[in-house]
Write a protein that binds this ligand. Sequence first.
Ligand SMILES: *Cc1c(COP(=O)(O)O)cnc(C)c1O
Length: 438
Amino acid sequence: MEELIAITRGKIEKRQLSPEQEAKWTDWKWQIKNTIRTIDQVEQILGIEFETKEKEQISQTIEHFPMSITPYYISLVNIKDYKHDPVFKQAFASVRELEIADHDMLDPLGEEKDSPVEGITHRYPDRVLFHVSNVCAMYCRHCTRKRKVGDRDFVPSKEQLEKGIEYIRNTPEVRDVLLSGGDPFLLGDEMIDWLLGEIEKIEHVEVVRIGTRTPVVLPFRITDKLVEVLKSHGVLWLNTHFNHPKEITKDSKEALEKLAFAGIPLGNQSVLLAGVNDCPIIMRKLVHKLTQNRVRPYYLYQCDLSEGLEHFRTSVGKGIEIMESLRGHTSGFAVPTFVIDAPGGGGKIPVMPNYLISWSDHKVILRNYEGVITTYQEPEHYTGGNCDLHCDRCELQHVLKIKDEEEKTTGVAKLLADFDDIITLTPNEEDTDDNRQN
Ligand SMILES: *Cc1c(COP(=O)(O)O)cnc(C)c1O
């Protein structure tokens, strides 16, 4: 405890540490062993003091939603104005988490409903979410899986993971496996090696994705050894979770560089959070810093309806305003897709400003980011349409075989297609369940 405080204070005050102290600081296992879980520790490390009443309320919050902060992440807090600090707000429990709003849900994304076996969420036809770990280095206060946070020290065994692997093995339409958690990188190197190896053996799996916040809250986890393990497997994509430009530090940059140099495409998923990053200028700075570090902004999420997140939620309009300030104003590849993860488990729904403002039978009217209104003339003789799924009569040189039935469109796209007579779509519970679980 004393040592933890001495080292972390040293980092906050930017003092030179002894080589032994420095070695501990950069050892991810030391960081995990020393995660900060009590208010007293936070008070001592940041040199602050809460009032008795406030402290009591925060304790109640922690009883309900436990706290865990890596020494590294807390060292990024600006102690002079910690109450408004974006790092502090993401890491430190707020009394407001106990305000449960009427519409809040325990499992807003319906992940349990769409779970055919323990650990797997199968919502989309060709890809699954595989929860391979139930622990995180830091418990983000805005976690959408808040209901699960604090089932402490639950690291699944190989036998438990086998069930998920078995499901993927027996479900040939799964071509994309997303490893999530918890944080997959809190598994040991050997476990990760084993897991990737097992998934790799499944022929129909084309890509594996990892979602991890370690580059943000525990950059020292990205060791040379881990990178070697990742490199030794098949096609791997990685998404991380930076929410604010101040999270991009020298240490996180090094972690990102190691991953990028291993040939792993990097993406970022941010969550729009009131009082943290609900500002077009902050978001622009963030996406610029990300791209400078070879990270492609992938999604910007509207905050979910999980219990205890009400104080983090913004209006949807704030997200649209941010998108308006990015598209056209900066590099296209720095612009994420703003999505609302549909409550009840409908998946991600993209939301953006309207650019198509009117149209006629031969012209569309568009507006650009500057507000310039323009017309696009449609071709006079376009005959692409009318697909009856008889590829042998088509000139596009792709022949749909009977076994490729699944290539047929479903959902709203089916309304646009010509091979089916349906004119309305009334999704019924059975159909959608079928799709997800079969
Ligand atoms: C987000 C998510 C995915 C992946 O969605 P992409 O849009 O392909 O990134 C897959 N399954 C579930 C359940 C998800 O929530």
